[in-house]
Write a new protein. Structure first.
Length: 282
């Protein structure tokens, strides 16, 4: 065996995901667009910021958090993963470790109770993080954490606790990146195109057309692109990293509960969940 590369479900070489923060009212409009174009994504929730039922806001206010009841309605969707954004959106690099841990766990418990799910995803509030915060996240059972550090690239992360997006949706090169993502011939490492933002920005900047044009460009290509949530991507990649090979590399064992795909020496292999691949793969 000379070369092995991750391949996504079905042997696909490309994946697309989005991540939006702060549980604001415009999230519902984005979710309707996700349904239209069959795009999956992650919404990072701040339970301490849920609006009160019946609250009144200025007519020109664009930043309004959803109520808890509305959050239950709109994020309970097969295309949506809910993730942790801190119970109170704490500036974690300026807060004592035990209070950071408390905030993260409080958010996890609230979201898990609301959605009857295990919530292990995270996005750093304000984009602030350091090694101490990353270590606390691991203690709290977080499996990945998204930054706001745009890379302009399509590489999978080396460290899932520092999950850098490709770009914000207001990046002036967004559609150029989308075109490259679609047109590039991937021969080695797979591509992940990751876009993030806040949906209130679409109202504030009057540019909902940006995200719809992006979805039109990258959507509808299920044969070539895996449309996944952040959590699905992390779970798949972590499972891939746990593959066990025989000493001569001729056999592989997949101990996970997920079917995995790999391209080994230019040949595509399905590695079934919980099974040892008996065909020679050298």
């Amino acid at each position: 065996m000379n070369e092995m590369y991750v391949r996504f479900p079905g042997g696909r070489k490309k994946a697309f995901t989005i991540s939006y923060d702060d549980n604001v009212t415009q999230d519902e409009r984005l979710i309707r667009l996700m349904e239209k174009y069959k795009i999956s994504g992650t919404f990072n929730i701040i339970p301490g910021w849920f609006a009160q039922e019946g609250a009144v806001f200025p007519p020109d206010e664009t930043y309004i958090n959803v109520t808890e009841q509305k959050a239950l309605e709109i994020y309970k969707n097969d295309l949506v993963e809910v993730a942790n954004h801190g119970y109170n959106h704490t500036k974690m690099t300026t807060t004592p470790e035990m209070l950071v841990l408390d905030d993260i766990l409080k958010c996890r418990k609230k979201l898990e109770a609301m959605y009857d799910a295990i919530v292990t995803g995270f996005a750093y509030p304000y984009g602030w993080y350091n090694k101490t915060v990353m270590d606390v996240l691991v203690q709290a059972g977080i499996s990945y954490a998204r930054t706001v550090n745009s890379t302009g690239s399509f590489r999978l992360p080396d460290n899932w606790m520092e999950l850098n997006p490709t770009c914000h949706h207001d990046d002036p090169h967004l559609m150029e990146l989308a075109q490259s993502f679609i047109e590039d011939d991937v021969t080695e490492h797979p591509y992940l195109f990751y876009v993030w933002g806040h949906t209130f920005e679409f109202d504030r900047n009057k540019n909902w057309d940006v995200i719809e044009r992006l979805f039109e460009q990258v959507g509808g290509k299920e044969k070539d692109i895996w449309y996944a949530t952040n959590g699905e991507l992390c779970e798949y990649h972590r499972a891939f990293e746990k593959l066990v090979f025989s000493a001569d590399g001729s056999q592989a064992y997949n101990p996970s509960c997920i079917d995995l795909w790999a391209e080994i020496d230019r040949k595509l292999y399905l590695l079934p969940a919980g099974k040892r691949e008996k065909r020679r793969i050298i």
